[in-house]
Design a protein around this ligand. Structure first.
Ligand code: PLP
Length: 456
């Protein structure tokens, strides 16, 4: 671990909100919270918060407002669209639609697919990219979990061979479970060669990695603001406009309609907008969009490659620390050494994962996540388990070499100090060697310290 100390120390994390927040331990002491759950939601960048605060007094109703602040807000909203387009390196004619988050973006895309579209997705996807396609008029082919990127490309080739008509491939850029990066450009090449289109779920990739729609040659990309240091309730679907313009609006209402007229026969005729407005009915989330644009600029200015290099050093430090604990098994689909973002899941032999995560929080002030991470088929595949996760956490299970039924995920990013990773590794080592210092029980489905009984 000492070999990487110097270079990690040389670059500093980006300032994020909450970096000095102290949380109570079960003992009553307080420690600075180590937020290691970035894959769920990343803290806001200080810069994003400052930009939003500076804009807030000028906030006004967008579109159609005649007042000065309405016009200013409308301009900023549209400029935010342009900033996202630049961040994603979109092609001429591509569209940026502001949504609520990735789940919303992919459901929007599902709603505009031409009737009869066949969708292809690996069973390893997050539920947000696995489930929106299960609707009338579409068919879904779930491809089995591949063991290597090459096998993924071959499986898609095989699945698309001989197919016709509108087809969509959906692939995640980086797994929210293993952090492993998928061969997006290769899958896009296969999809296009067979006349299919492809959407990239970049929820986990965009916060860690440069995403160029042009270079990857994907048709659409989706991501969430709250994972990109901009937690103000907005997300993005960006890409080709034709299917979006040809479909009925995702939501019917004001903003999506250009004109609504009552005919002599009593019917109502609607002319819908083309472009982003068609799928942004209702009053848009201007602050959310502005915050995403601010995050895009901040990450670009800090240098996405620099941030990624720093994150890789933290990852190496984490992996080296965990490798010293034989009881820890890191989950991986593609095997050791495959490129990965700062997301890693593992199980600890002899431990229930919920119990372990609860002890990390209560005894060390470290926030990670336990469970199946909204990717049930993938986690069950990686654990070799098909059963439901156990509901009781109090008694550690798996002591006799039984397998775990859920996992622990640690994830980090641009705001993570080295100390958080080190504290995490130390905590894992102590918990494994000495055990938890408190007892835990299940309360409302969560594993919590039982403050009535002190185990020590
Ligand atoms: N896709 C991936 C890979 C994710 O990790 C997540 C969330 O964890 C989503 C989609 C859904 O994102 P959201 O909850 O912001 O809609």
């Amino acid at each position: 671990m000492s070999s990487s100390s110097a270079s990690v120390a040389a670059c500093t994390p980006l300032p994020v909100l909450g970096r000095d927040v102290e949380v109570p331990l079960v003992t009553g002491e307080k420690v600075v919270y180590a937020a290691l759950d970035y894959a769920a939601s990343a803290p806001a960048l200080q810069r994003v918060w400052d930009d939003v605060a500076a804009y807030a007094p000028y906030y006004g109703s967008v579109h159609r407002g005649a007042g000065y602040l309405s016009q200013l807000s409308t301009d900023l909203f549209e400029q935010s669209r342009a900033a996202v387009a630049e961040f994603l390196d979109l092609r001429e004619g591509d569209q940026v639609v502001f949504t609520r988050a990735t789940t919303d973006s992919l459901n929007l895309l599902a709603s505009v697919l031409p009737a009869g579209t066949a969708v292809f997705a690996f069973e390893t996807e997050h539920h947000a990219s696995l489930l929106p396609w299960r609707r009338a008029g579409l068919t879904v082919d779930y491809l089995r979990a591949p063991r290597s990127p090459r096998q993924a490309v071959a499986a898609l080739e095989e699945a698309l061979r001989g197919t016709e008509g509108p087809r969509l491939v959906c692939v995640t850029g980086a797994s929210n479970v293993t952090g492993e990066i998928w061969p997006v450009a290769e899958l896009a090449e296969v999809a296009h060669r067979h006349g299919a289109r492809i959407v990239l779920d970049a929820a986990q990739l965009a916060p860690h990695h440069r995403v160029s729609v042009r270079e990857l040659d994907v048709d659409w990309v989706a991501f969430s603001g709250h994972k990109l240091y901009a937690p103000f309730g907005a997300g993005v679907l960006a890409g080709r406009q034709d299917w979006l313009d040809a479909a009925e609006p995702y939501l019917a209402g004001g903003g999506a309609s250009r004109s609504v007229a009552r005919e002599a026969d009593g019917s109502v005729v609607v002319e819908w907008h083309q472009g982003a407005a068609r799928h942004e009915a209702g009053s848009p989330n201007v602050i959310g969009a502005y915050a995403i644009a601010s995050a895009c600029r901040a990450l670009t200015e800090a240098g996405l490659d620099t941030l990624a290099a720093r994150e890789q050093e933290l990852l190496a430090r984490l992996r080296a620390g965990l490798a010293e604990v034989p009881e820890v098994k890191v989950l991986s689909l593609f095997g050791d050494g495959h490129p990965q973002v700062g997301v890693l899941s593992f199980v600890v032999s002899g431990w229930n994962s919920s119990h372990f995560a609860a002890a990390l929080s209560a005894e060390y002030g470290i926030g990670v996540r336990d469970g199946l991470f909204c990717a049930h088929p993938l986690v069950r595949h990686l654990l070799g388990a098909e059963e439901e996760a156990p509901s009781e956490c109090g008694a550690p299970e798996g002591r006799d070499g039984e397998r775990s039924l859920n996992a622990i995920r640690v994830s980090f990013g641009a705001g993570t100090p080295t100390e958080h990773v080190d504290r995490f590794v130390t905590a894992v080592k102590e918990l494994v060697s000495d055990g938890a210092r408190w007892s835990y029980r299940t309360e409302a489905g969560r594993c919590v310290p039982d403050t009535r009984i002190h185990a020590a």
